[in-house]
Design a protein around this ligand. Structure first.
Ligand SMILES: O=C(O)CCC(=O)C(=O)O
Ligand SMILES: [Fe+2]
Length: 488
């Protein structure tokens, strides 16, 4: 009887720990299920908040599940899907970038007011994002996310981690490091008043420290936060203002309305019978320099095929290790671009021929077709497409760019020309063309441009960079004139 009693106790312990384990598993899996929602994957992931949450699940919830499954005989194998914490940091930085460029306060991301039909972030998520930024010493953004977490924390907070006082503590530290010590002091005083922090001595010593630093700042407004400066603040501001045109009112395309622009049907170059029979819709976007958009330049099935080819190459680049011929868990960031050759598909070759026919330019020296997919907050800061390195200047630079859009982005994700004051929306099936070099061969600085971060949607573009060589007769060297139509 005694032996049996011990056995019963042991089995009961075992049972209750197993029940506890299974309960936990159940809770985690149902959290995951509820976050996944019921819309299509494409639609779901068009929201940056959902992209963040997917990344978070593979650093937290699935890691927990993996641990909870340690004993059973046949656990599903998914270790190679788990992400390390850098991914959360990347996502936190991306959300903060969106917050800066589109002037959306983190609390609006958290409450679902940032994009149409947006999901919400919990206070834990806001804290986690703030914490990742704290670890990266990005105190300006850390302050904002901690503040959002504080606004969202359930009250009273006895059962949650972190507690309200912990959030105050983080926010105080980040405020102080972003230059607002009076704010840090006020927040620390609030912690002391609450009298529920687990390290009261540390909080008191913080309070003394902030107090000692404060005298010079007396007249600071309480919630003042200075945004860290950028290496080129004026261009940065122009870039952000132009990007903001793509946030909501999609009809506004430009803030510069000086040129007389028109739309026309383009019947092609001499001997282009194809275009004469089926002219192309062209919209002039700027005259000097000449920038045009072709509409309906790619057909639906071509777009699908190009995206598929691009995706295959992107996927291979991230998970396939050619040295070992094995699937590897790449810890470097996912590359965004893939290059497509004529031989990859008839569709690529056909499209390249079309580009050549419409621009009147020879593609023998052109680069392969580049496919780019922008991830969470994906962007490309202001740049020139032509090289400005000394050596390259005499060596076959990119004379022109043919930029195709394979998706329509719901919010954000336009291309902006910072010198021209232009915002070009990403419209599926269209392509924008411009010359990067003046007819005398020097770089045209007015072509400085950038890709705005994708706020909502999925952005696929493709670049075809056409070079000088082979085009000596197609676009002749001239000293004084600039291109003011497609064939100059
Ligand atoms: O994606 C865009 O809108 C522009 C991309 C770009 O400028 C580039 O890849 O050079
Ligand atoms: Fe570019």
């Amino acid at each position: 009887m005694e032996e049996e009693e011990i056995l019963i106790e042991e089995i009961s312990d075992y049972l209750s720990s197993e029940i506890h384990r299974l309960d936990k598993l159940k809770t985690v899996i149902s959290t995951i299920q509820s976050e996944r929602g019921s819309s299509s994957y494409q639609d779901h992931l068009s929201h940056p908040v959902n992209q963040y949450r997917l990344i978070r699940r593979f650093t937290k919830e699935w890691v927990d599940i993996n641990r909870l499954l340690e004993n059973p005989e046949n656990p599903p194998e998914f270790e190679e899907l788990l992400l390390n914490h850098d991914e959360i940091t990347g996502a936190a930085q991306a959300l903060s970038r969106l917050s800066d460029v589109y002037q959306i306060e983190p609390i609006h991301f958290a409450t679902g007011n940032a994009t149409r039909n947006a999901p919400q972030l919990s206070f834990e998520d806001s804290f986690k994002i703030g914490n990742a930024l704290y670890n990266k010493q990005e105190y300006y953004h850390c302050t904002k996310w901690m503040r959002a977490a504080r606004a969202l924390i359930p009250q009273p907070d006895n059962t949650v981690f972190p507690k309200y006082s912990d959030l105050l503590d983080y926010e105080a530290f980040c405020s102080s490091h972003s230059g607002n010590t009076p704010r840090a002091l006020a927040l620390t005083e609030e912690i002391l008043k609450r009298n529920d922090h687990s390290e009261p001595e540390r909080i008191e010593s913080n309070w003394r420290y902030y107090q000692s630093k404060i005298s010079d700042f007396d007249s600071f407004p309480n919630d003042y936060l200075e945004r860290p400066s950028h290496y080129n603040p004026e261009e940065r501001q122009r870039y952000e203002e132009l990007c903001q045109l793509g946030y909501d009112n999609e009809n506004i395309l430009r803030d510069n309305n000086d040129d007389e622009l028109s739309c026309y049907f383009f019947k092609g170059h001499e001997n282009d019978f194809f275009s004469r029979l089926g002219p192309w819709k062209v919209e002039e976007i700027a005259k000097k320099p000449y920038v045009v958009r072709f509409y309906e330049i790619l057909y639906e099935d071509e777009i699908d095929a190009l995206e598929r080819l691009g995706e295959e190459k992107l996927a291979r680049a991230t998970v396939f290790d050619p040295a070992t011929h094995k699937l590897v868990n790449a810890d470097y960031r996912v590359s965004k671009s893939a290059w497509l050759k004529d031989e990859d598909s008839k569709i690529v070759a056909t499209y390249n021929r079309r580009i050549s026919r419409l621009t009147g330019l020879d593609l023998e020296y052109a680069e392969q077709l580049q496919m780019s997919n922008y991830g969470i907050g994906g962007q490309y800061e202001p740049h020139f497409d032509y090289s400005r390195r000394e050596w390259d200047i005499y060596n076959n630079r990119r004379i022109a760019t043919w930029l195709s859009y394979l998706t329509t982005v719901e919010q954000g994700g336009g291309t902006v020309f910072t010198e021209l004051g232009l915002h070009i929306r990403s419209i599926k099936g269209s392509a924008v063309f411009w010359y990067n070099l003046l007819p005398n061969g020097s770089g045209d600085e007015r072509t400085r441009h950038a890709a705005c971060p994708v706020l909502r949607g999925n952005k696929w573009v493709s670049n075809k960079w056409i070079h000088e060589f082979g085009n000596e007769w197609n676009r002749r060297c001239r000293l004084d004139e600039e291109a003011d139509n497609l064939f100059l």
